[in-house]
Design a protein around this ligand. Structure first.
Ligand code: AMP
Length: 213
């Protein structure tokens, strides 16, 4: 059975790290809408130019654009064994669009919960690879994947972080309401070690796919 996982959580919850780890373990692609947008920004495409202005303020790119990006991505053959969605959906309108793209009963939704003070601390110290986007563990000084230099994401600056958390509460928190009554929804504690969170996500997915509650 394909594993189709949606990882939800505020900025800094560890979505990217956990989604990447899960995707690697299961041999399925991680689809990060933030990475897709950052690649477009780096490539200087019209999408990238339009998205950069929005991303730099911590706001959300429009639903129609995002839904189009994901709809197209989900037509690629590599998603046949499943996928991990990281950073999408971020609004109820995006979640509704996703339900039209994919049978909702086949989606597993896992929310990573982390207290806000921990999020602010994590985001302001986070560094990623300027070349490939790899997310560095604390204390690491060069990219373990491609050797590139580490940078701070422009939207990890404190003022933008505050705006992103505000946008999350306003636009993305209602998603939890949208999903919480589904039997395929689970929540895990994200304020633990990376491997403990990964184990909880794996257990949550196994419980859903195994049909237990
Ligand atoms: P992320 O890497 O997931 O934190 O995304 C970085 C930025 O990209 C966000 O702050 C938004 O500006 C934009 N973005 C990523 N995914 C979405 C989405 N699903 N809907 C709207 N904007 C998005």
């Amino acid at each position: 059975m394909p594993v189709r996982l949606v990882v939800l959580g505020p900025p800094g919850a560890g979505k990217g790290t956990q989604a990447e780890r899960f995707a690697r373990d299961r041999g399925v692609p991680r689809i990060s809408t933030g990475d897709i947008l950052r690649e477009a920004v780096q490539a200087g495409t019209p999408l990238g130019r339009a998205a950069k202005a929005v991303m730099d303020t911590g706001r959300l790119v429009g639903d129609d654009v995002m839904n189009g990006i994901v709809r197209e991505r989900l037509t690629k053959p590599d998603v046949t064994p499943g996928f991990v969605l990281d950073g999408f959906p971020r609004t109820v309108a995006q979640a509704q669009a996703l339900d039209e793209m994919i049978d909702e009963r086949s989606l597993v939704i896992v929310q990573i919960e982390v207290p806000e003070d921990v999020l602010v601390e994590r985001l302001s110290s986070r560094r990623i690879c300027g070349s490939c986007g790899w997310i560095a563990a604390p204390g690491v000084t060069a990219c373990a994947r491609c050797g590139g230099a580490l940078i701070q994401r422009p939207d990890d600056r404190p003022d933008v972080v505050r705006e992103r958390l505000r946008v999350f509460t306003r636009d993305t928190q209602p998603l939890i309401e949208y999903y919480r009554h589904r039997s395929t929804f689970r929540s895990v504690d994200g304020d633990q070690s990376e491997s403990a969170v990964a184990a909880d996500i794996a257990a949550a997915v196994a419980a859903v796919l195994g049909g237990t509650r």
